[in-house]
Design a protein around this ligand. Structure first.
Ligand code: ADQ
Length: 454
């Protein structure tokens, strides 16, 4: 099999020099070791967004970053990507706000990015494009003569056909997606939903290769971070107050109001727990230009105030609500201090917080993960207590069970999940995806010599 040249990552954002977060940190370590390129928006909004690619290197990785104009960014990112695709792909059609101008802006930015990438490419590059911002990127590239092998990975769920059909222009988007050589999804359900939609809507189109590639974490590195001396000791070491921790971006898909309501129910039904536990919710605001996020913020601060007003007193606060972004070295030891990790999105591609919580636990005295059955992670983490986030009674019951779970059961559940984290880590995810993309390139080259080159 012919070895590929560089891996070229294309994503909405380029990594900053100091970067945290699942995708960026996991991929970056590997990319720095081999000749690679990362192309995307640099986070700058500039009127003269014309032809201006900024290049910088970090070990063997070159980052190529472009600015966008405020208007282009608003239509592409806030308008279509986060005003239509994000809600619809998470089954929230009620929050979808479509406009033709936003859709045109979305296509235009994809076309512009393809044009900016084109002169940077080499014949034997393998191109790996990420996420819903770039569904039509392959179509744009092909029309501009880019022939390199190109794969795509969707980090968020793919909607079931009955929901997907409500997305304006979905047929056009499917056609564009089918210009990729390999389409990767977080779960088998997502993959099937895509294939079924194509069969229903576009029977005449050739569907490319597809696969389920559940994204992972680096469990050993996270475990080491969690073992470090904590920056903050949140709860007494004697566990006289048992900690429940939740960490999310403030997003309506993460089920935060539902979680607060379930916690309020637990407090109401079990007064004997008052003074013995505390929920810490860390949720920095995101996408504050999109109205649904502003509404969510108001709803959540209202619910937090109600809980604190009703149950808090001078000695005990049942809930701590933090809107600040915390770095991973701060978060990991906090996960280890918690008795319960509460990860209850309404719908989530994978949810790396769930995996990070498990990785951070002390193997000799692990905490319990309460996980939504609608997170992609639920397909893998069978040691978690799985819940329906729409059912406050079931969630309250699971919290109670987690808080009082015997040591032997906690250890057994943790061991099963730790084995999954190790067998399906971030490095394995990267290698498996690229191997499949490369194998495809090799197969097709033997069938018909590629006209590689831009
Ligand atoms: P997100 O929706 O951002 O990602 P998630 O997977 O939970 O969701 O988090 C991604 C990363 O951000 C994790 O490393 C996590 O620790 C970090 N993070 C989240 N909230 C944080 C906070 N409050 N403070 C600090 N760090 C925080 C999308 C999809 C997910 C999918 C990922 C990766 O929506 O379903 O798991 O991409 O593919």
């Amino acid at each position: 099999m012919k070895k590929h040249g560089r891996v070229v990552i294309v994503a909405n954002r380029t990594p900053a020099a100091k970067s945290a977060g699942g995708l960026a940190s996991g991929l970056l370590d590997a990319l720095r070791r081999e000749r690679s390129l990362w192309f995307g928006w640099n986070g700058e909004l500039r009127e003269d967004d014309g032809n201006c690619v900024q290049l910088f290197s970090c070990d063997r990785l070159t980052v190529a970053a472009i600015p966008l104009s405020p208007e282009a960014h608003n239509r592409y990112y806030n308008g279509f990507a986060n005003g239509v695709l994000w809600p619809a792909f998470h089954h929230r059609l009620d929050l979808m706000r479509f406009s033709d101008d936003d859709y045109t802006g979305y296509l235009e930015v994809n076309r512009h990015m393809a044009a900016q990438l084109r002169p940077l490419l080499q014949d034997d590059d393998l191109i790996w494009v990420h996420d819903y911002h770039l569904l039509p990127f392959a179509g744009m590239c092909r029309r501009q003569g880019i022939r390199q092998r190109m794969g795509f990975f969707l980090h968020i769920p793919f909607p079931v056909p009955s929901v997907a059909q409500a997305i304006p222009r979905i047929d056009e988007l499917l056609d564009e997606m089918c210009a990729y050589d390999l389409l990767g999804f977080q779960t088998e359900d997502d993959r099937k939903a895509f294939v079924n939609l194509c069969r229903e809507r576009r029977p005449q189109i050739r569907v490319p290769n597809t696969g389920g590639y559940p994204i992972g974490v680096d469990p050993l590195a996270l475990q080491a971070e969690a073992e470090a001396e904590p920056v903050v000791q949140l709860w007494p070491r004697d566990r006289s107050i048992r900690g429940i921790i939740s960490v999310d971006r403030l997003d309506y898909t993460k089920g935060l109001p539902e979680r607060f309501k379930a916690y309020a129910l637990l407090l109401e039904q079990h007064p004997e727990l008052h003074g013995t536990m505390q929920l810490v919710q860390i949720a920095p605001p995101s996408r504050t230009d999109v109205p649904a996020y502003v509404d969510l913020h108001h709803e959540l601060t209202g619910l937090a105030g109600e809980i604190l007003g009703k149950y808090g007193d001078l000695e005990w606060q049942p809930l701590v609500y933090v809107e600040r972004q915390l770095d991973r070295p701060v978060l990991m030891p906090l996960y280890r201090q918690a008795r319960v990790g509460l990860v209850t999105p309404l719908r989530d591609g994978m949810n790396l917080v769930a995996k990070e919580f498990v990785a951070a636990q002390d193997p000799a005295d692990p905490g319990v993960l309460v996980l939504s059955r609608f997170a992609g992670a639920a397909c893998q983490l069978d040691g978690a207590l799985l819940v329906n986030p729409h059912d406050p009674g079931e969630m309250a019951q699971a919290m109670l069970q987690a808080l009082s779970m015997p040591h032997a059961e906690r250890v057994a559940r943790y061991r099963r999940m730790w084995a999954v984290l190790c067998a399906s880590d971030i490095e394995g995810w990267r290698v498996r995806y690229l191997k499949d993309l490369e194998a495809l390139a090799a197969t097709e080259e033997t069938l018909a010599p590629a006209t590689a080159g831009a």
